[in-house]
Write a protein that binds this ligand. Structure first.
Ligand code: ZN
Length: 305
């Protein structure tokens, strides 16, 4: 073999093949690494549906990443990685993960996309997750957990219901749960029958949060900070930042809803943040960043159970 060709083969082995054998799992990357990696990896993510922003840490399955050797590594300080908790799997087997930041005090729980037809709710939660990964000061002296997508199967199809045609937000074992007709608000044959519902319940039981925001979307003009249980103060704190009205009721009964179960039955301050359904994810983040950061810093005045 000519010397030049041998040299070329060693070059290919060293620069291309060997690094790929030692691909770095995404969970071990620093924030800077992750930012660079987005440009060089394929991520199976329900939010990656031609909706714009590239996925980062949405809790879906990430294919191991190769950082090309030719990209220089600037001196970006590592930030503390969140604790990632696998809560369960959707009907279609998509992992549902919770990202927990900080260690002090009782946690805030914030989750999106329980209705797959409201993708901007997932975008907003994922934006928050990305922000927390790079801004630890946002949760200084606090604890916060984010579940970007709670209904991944519905989100893939931009459909409200899960794969069993059940409205997860009517499937919680609240005292007001009742059997209903099949349709867009069908709450299942029995409460907590769905794996996605069970995953959210598990999150609440593991964390013991003392403030919760479930992000939804609604017809434009009806956006609000809706609260259940002792959530009025938290809703007012959000209103100061996002300008949305505070609503004690959404205007119709919601038996078996998350708010009924967590807010009314368990007396955890619970907000259903209703975004305008047509507001793009980027705009939602600009509009609601401060409100969500206020939730993280908020300390409920009442003693919670
Ligand atoms: Zn909804």
């Amino acid at each position: 073999m000519p010397a030049l060709e041998r040299c070329f083969r060693y070059l290919v082995l060293g620069v291309v093949i060997l690094p790929s054998l030692f691909a770095i799992p995404s969970a071990d990357l620093s924030a800077g690494d992750r930012r660079r990696a987005r440009q060089h990896r394929h991520v199976v993510c329900p939010l990656d549906l031609g909706l714009g922003t590239p996925p980062a840490a949405c809790g879906a399955v990430a294919v191991p990443t190769v950082i090309p050797a030719t990209i220089p590594t600037p001196a970006i300080p590592r930030v503390a990685a969140p604790e990632v908790v696998l809560l369960g799997y959707s009907v279609q087997g998509v992992p549902i993960t919770m990202h927990v930041f900080g260690t002090q005090g009782r946690a805030a729980l914030i989750f999106g996309a329980i209705h797959g037809s409201e993708p901007n709710s997932g975008h907003l939660a994922r934006h928050l997750l990305d922000y927390l990964l790079e801004h630890p000061a946002a949760y200084a002296n606090r604890r916060v957990a984010v579940i970007p997508v709670t209904n991944p199967d519905g989100l893939v199809r931009t459909r409200r219901l899960n794969e069993h045609q059940i409205d997860l937000n009517r499937n919680f074992p609240a005292t007001n749960w009742k059997i209903s007709k099949r349709g867009e608000t069908f709450g299942g044959e029995k409460p907590a029958s769905e794996p996605e519902t069970q995953a959210i319940i598990k999150a609440v039981e593991l964390l013991g949060p003392d403030r919760i925001v479930s992000i939804h979307a609604i017809t434009k003009g009806r956006e609000c900070n809706n609260y259940d249980g002792p959530g009025a103060d938290l809703a007012e704190a959000m209103k100061l930042e996002n300008g949305y009205r505070v609503a004690k009721t959404i205007g119709y009964p919601t038996p078996g809803s998350f708010g009924s179960w967590a807010g009314i039955d368990r007396q955890i301050p619970t907000i259903t943040l209703e975004l305008p359904v047509d507001l793009p994810g980027e705009e939602c983040w600009k509009k609601h960043r401060e409100a969500l950061l206020a939730v993280i810093q908020f300390q409920p005045s009442k003693k919670q159970p």
